[in-house]
Each structure stands twice: as C-alpha cells, then as structure tokens.
Ligand binder design. Structure first.
Ligand code: AP5
Ligand code: MG
Length: 235
C-alpha cells in the first residue's frame, strides 16, 4: 500500500536533505516516494553505493564487505572520500544543487567533513530529518526485505512485494537478500546506530537543521515528511 499523495510537488528553492533513522526505519522507502513526488530531486544512498561496489567485486567493495557483513561502520575517512568523490563527479556540488542523502553522514566526523566540502561550494545542507520509528516495528521488516542492487529499489514480501516474485518491477532482474540482513548482524547494526546517532543529532540540532517525523509505518511518516518539506521549500 502506498500513501495517497497524487499531486506533484515543486520546490521553490534548492533542497539539500539528509535522512537519518535506524536500520529498517524506511530511509530507502521514503527516498523512493520522495523521488516520485518531487521530480527535481535526486538521491544518493551510501549503502546502495557500497552494495554496488561489492557486487562489482571492486577492491573497495571487497574491503567494504568485511565491515558490512559484521554490521560495523566503515572507517570515516574511507566512506567520506567515496561519497564526496561521488558528489563531485555527479555535479551535485554545483549550485543550484538539489538532492537527498540517505546513510551519509552517520558520525560527527563525517558530518563535519561533509560540511567542509559543501561550504566551499556554497551548497550547505539545509534540512536534516530523523525518521523516528519504534524498534519493535522494524525488526520483522528486515527478514522480509529484498533489494535490486543496481537501482537500490527495496521490496518487502508483505508490505510492498514485487509484481513477479523474486524479480525487480522495472528491469525484471533478480532481487537478492542483503548480506547484513540477518538477525545477528541486524542487532549489531542497531547497536552501532545507537552509539553514533545521539552525537550526530546533537550536531545537527546545534546547526538548527534537525526535524523529526514519527510514526509506526511509512504510510504515516510519508505525508508528514512531505508536508515538512513543502512548508519549507515548496508548494
Ligand atoms: P545502509 O544501507 O545505509 O543501511 P541502514 O542504515 O542500516 O538502513 P537500511 O537500508 O537497513 O534501512 P532503511 O532505513 O533504508 O529501510 P528500508 O526503506 O529499506 O548501510 C548498510 C551498511 O553500510 C552499514 O551497516 C555500514 O556497514 C555501511 N555504511 C553505509 N553508510 C555508511 C557510513 N556513512 N559510514 C560508515 N559505514 C556506512 O525499509 C526496510 C524494510 O522495511 C524494507 O523491506 C521495506 O520494504 C520495509 N518497509 C518500509 N516501510 C514499511 C512499513 N510501513 N511496513 C512494513 N514494511 C515496511
Ligand atoms: Mg536503506
């Protein structure tokens, strides 16, 4: 089921948004919906990029896999280099840059490194939204999650199943399980999140950018998130 929001949203000024939230809170799901709703928006997910690197068996991907398989975060300098390089090659540092980041920054060191790069290009983050979803609501989602690695599209066997079992709706290519979507690794990822998230939220609270949207389900959260964006950046 998807939220019943049909009208296209137009941004009146550039939006540079970071989505925060625990593993399984729906960052990827909300991102897909925002991209459909706001045609001007583009998105970048650090997790999706890492999974593509792993799939292509690059040197970087092999190194990333050792961290991801254990539910640990990659070292700050490694992920920061990767993501800021991508931002630059995609032209996202040239104004009027409008984009959404999912999964990066995740630590205050990453946040301050990103701020340094963005400041140089006059393209600072201008909204950070935390998805506040109860832990009890997310644990069971993970076991039912399948992904299409090349695009980052996310499915759930109960919530949003693919039209043809096991295949991506758009390309018809096979879906796969993430190597970190096991009960044990998921627990570790939640622990890592709890360690890093409070200081990160504090960082963005101080800069006046942080908002929170709460709800048990992505259908409750999406209209709230869209209203927040529209009230600040669009109509
Ligand atoms: P990453 O890929 O970013 O994973 P994550 O933050 O753990 O978040 P998830 O992708 O698991 O969850 P999500 O919030 O996107 O939820 P989704 O929409 O899929 O990172 C993976 C790893 O990469 C990290 O552990 C780390 O090792 C490394 N990494 C990445 N960035 C890094 C960084 N900056 N620094 C260092 N290391 C980094 O939803 C979950 C499921 O729920 C889906 O199946 C979805 O269909 C389903 N669902 C959504 N809404 C609902 C609903 N309302 N009801 C039922 N099911 C629902
Ligand atoms: Mg995700």
């Amino acid at each position: 089921m998807t939220a019943n929001v049909k009208q296209i949203t137009r941004l009146l000024k550039p939006l540079r948004l970071l989505l925060l939230g625990p593993p399984g809170s729906g960052k990827g799901t909300q991102t897909s919906r925002l991209l459909k709703q706001i045609p001007q928006l583009s998105s970048l997910s650090s997790g999706d990029i890492l999974r593509q690197e792993i799939k292509s068996e690059s040197k970087f991907g092999r190194e990333a896999a050792t961290y991801i398989a254990q539910g640990k975060l990659l070292p700050d300098d490694l992920i920061t280099q990767l993501i800021t390089f991508r931002l630059s090659t995609m032209g996202w540092l040239r104004p009027p840059a409008t984009w959404l980041l999912d999964g990066f920054p995740r630590t205050t060191a990453q946040a301050s490194a990103l701020d340094g790069v963005l400041k140089q290009h006059n393209a600072d983050l201008n909204l950070v939204v935390e998805l506040d979803v109860p832990e009890s609501a997310i644990l069971e989602r993970i076991e039912n999650r399948y992904v299409h690695v090349p695009s980052g599209r996310v499915y759930n066997l109960q919530y949003n199943p693919p039209k043809v079992p096991g295949l991506d709706d758009i390309t018809g290519e096979p879906l796969t399980k993430r190597l970190d979507d096991t009960v044990e690794v998921f627990k570790k990822r939640i622990e890592e999140y709890k360690k890093t998230n409070e200081p990160l939220k504090e960082y963005y609270k101080k800069s006046g950018l942080l908002s929170t949207v709460s709800g048990e389900s992505s259908d409750i959260i999406f209209p709230k998130l869209l209203n927040l964006i529209t009230s600040k950046f669009g109509h």
